[in-house]
Design a protein around this ligand. Structure first.
Ligand code: FE
Length: 170
């Protein structure tokens, strides 16, 4: 009987953790070399302007859990901008359902607004996508996206802000 109760408690807390856990910092993460980027702010300054999860993802290369972010299933027309500095990065017209649980785009507005670095954490070799203006971590880009580019920009919701298209636009 005691084992059953302990088991049930364990499952309950496990489910609670799964439902509420935020992102964790990237493996081997070190404070970013902000000198590479035009926006130069200290971690303390970033903490003042970002929420806890946003700081973890944008500034500590964290990854939100799949299907947990606010934009993975969004279809509204508009522009997704960098959650760190506000530069417009992706258009909703290039967003598609990749089934990954993260917002996925097949093309950025301008690839010059992004920096691409090789990321070998977690035993994988991936291409990390970073904001070229503020150095914030956005996500990764993969080669399994749809045509015409064949790219999948797999971006954390916590890295993005969304500005909906104006309804009065003619
Ligand atoms: Fe930025």
């Amino acid at each position: 009987m005691r084992i059953i109760i302990v088991g049930i408690l364990g499952l309950t807390f496990g489910a609670l953790w799964f439902a509420t856990a935020g992102p964790t910092p990237g493996k081997g993460y070190q404070s970013m070399d902000q000198e590479r980027f035009p926006v130069k702010k200290s971690d303390d300054e970033w903490k003042k302007s970002l929420g806890k999860d946003e700081f973890c993802v944008l500034r500590q290369k964290g990854t939100e859990r799949a299907f947990s972010g606010k934009f993975w299933n969004s279809h509204d027309p508009g522009i997704y901008s960098c959650g760190g500095c506000g530069v417009p990065l992706f258009e909703s017209s290039t967003k598609y359902n990749s089934g990954s649980g993260w917002p996925s785009f097949w093309q950025p507005i301008d690839s010059a607004r992004l920096v691409f670095d090789t990321d070998t954490s977690w035993g994988m070799t991936r291409i990390e996508v970073t904001c070229a203006k503020c150095g914030s971590h956005l996500g990764h880009v993969f080669e399994d996206g749809p045509q015409p580019t064949g790219k999948r920009y797999c971006i954390n919701s916590a890295s993005l802000n969304f500005v909906a298209d104006s309804k009065e636009k003619k």
